[in-house]
Design a protein around this ligand. Structure first.
Ligand SMILES: C[S@@+](CC[C@H](N)C(=O)[O-])C[C@H]1O[C@@H](n2cnc3c(N)ncnc32)[C@H](O)[C@@H]1O
Length: 277
């Protein structure tokens, strides 16, 4: 890895007694449906108390990423790198789960190439089980995009001479403003024109400020630092991208192909956008 980041990323060492980002996300997403480690169960229960509907927020986040992946594949994309990919679905028959994004893409274009990147060793172990021709897993930190793309190029995992879709699902809110501001400019320098970014991020816009403060404090006490940004601050991070309609909107409203049941309960804590450069 080049340019080692100053602080180790949260969850980069497994400690069953300390909830981490990936395990808490899974525990919330599957709240009440699947067992979790006691530490994760406790963190998820606390977060559910501070952020009513937190489980729905996480499910909506995953659902919009599924829609965005389909959207990108239908526009002809075949190369993807999913940074902060998270634990893949394991398809427990008792638990209906949304499909993994790499499978969503393969359903439409079996020839797609997919690279999953994460910092969490347990997530990486689960992802590696899915590695096969055209599907690879890399350890990497979103604060070190140079290292990630050098590995992708060096190992010939994707053809960086052609457009790539970069998935940044619920990961940029775990890095500080200085690091977050570098992401899109780096991608625009490094990747070919015609590349795309699929992006989701927690927001304070439209939320009760007291609930945002309480949720952030609880998340930071239990899990990891988190940057809850306003819609305007998030829009600045995406500067330079040409956003597809409907632009940067609540996850449930990002549905250009109109496949969502909009009657479902809205949990408007995350924003989503897909942009080209
Ligand atoms: C909330 S989960 C989101 C998973 C998936 N992208 C989704 O949206 O469904 C965030 C993931 O980002 C990973 N992560 C956290 N900090 C990271 C960093 N600095 N670089 C890369 N991945 C990171 C975590 O380990 C976790 O798997």
């Amino acid at each position: 890895m080049t340019g080692t980041p100053p602080t180790p990323p949260s969850g980069s060492e497994f400690d069953p007694t300390k909830p981490d980002i990936a395990r808490t996300y899974r525990a919330l997403q599957q709240w009440g449906k699947r067992d979790a480690l006691p530490a994760d169960r406790h963190a998820a229960a606390e977060l559910m108390r501070k952020i009513p509907g937190a489980d729905q927020v996480m499910q909506e986040n995953k659902a919009v990423l599924v829609r965005m992946t389909r959207f990108a594949v239908r526009r002809g994309h075949t190369q993807f790198v999913d940074i902060g990919a998270g634990t893949p679905a394991t398809y427990d028959a008792r638990l209906p789960e949304l499909p993994n994004l790499m499978e969503v893409a393969a359903d439409i274009r079996p020839e797609r190439r997919w690279v999953s990147v994460d910092v969490n060793p347990v997530v990486l172990a689960h992802l590696r089980v899915l590695d096969r021709d055209g599907v690879s897993t890399l350890e990497g930190d979103v604060r070190d995009l140079e290292g990630i793309f050098n590995d992708i190029e060096g190992q010939n995992l994707l053809d960086l001479g052609k457009p790539v879709v970069v998935v940044l699902g619920a990961v940029i809110h775990f890095i500080d403003d200085h690091e977050a501001a570098k992401v899109v400019p780096y991608l625009m320098r490094r990747l070919s024109p015609g590349s795309m970014v699929l992006f989701t991020h927690v927001t304070s816009t439209g939320r009760d400020p007291q609930m945002v403060a309480a949720g952030k404090a609880a998340y930071e006490a239990l899990v990891a630092p988190i940057w809850v940004r306003s819609q305007e601050e998030i829009a600045v991070l995406l500067d330079g991208l040409t956003l597809h309609p409907p632009g940067l909107v609540r996850t449930i409203a990002w549905d250009p192909d109109e496949t969502t049941d909009l009657a479902s309960t809205e949990a408007p804590h995350f924003l989503a956008a897909a942009g080209d450069f």
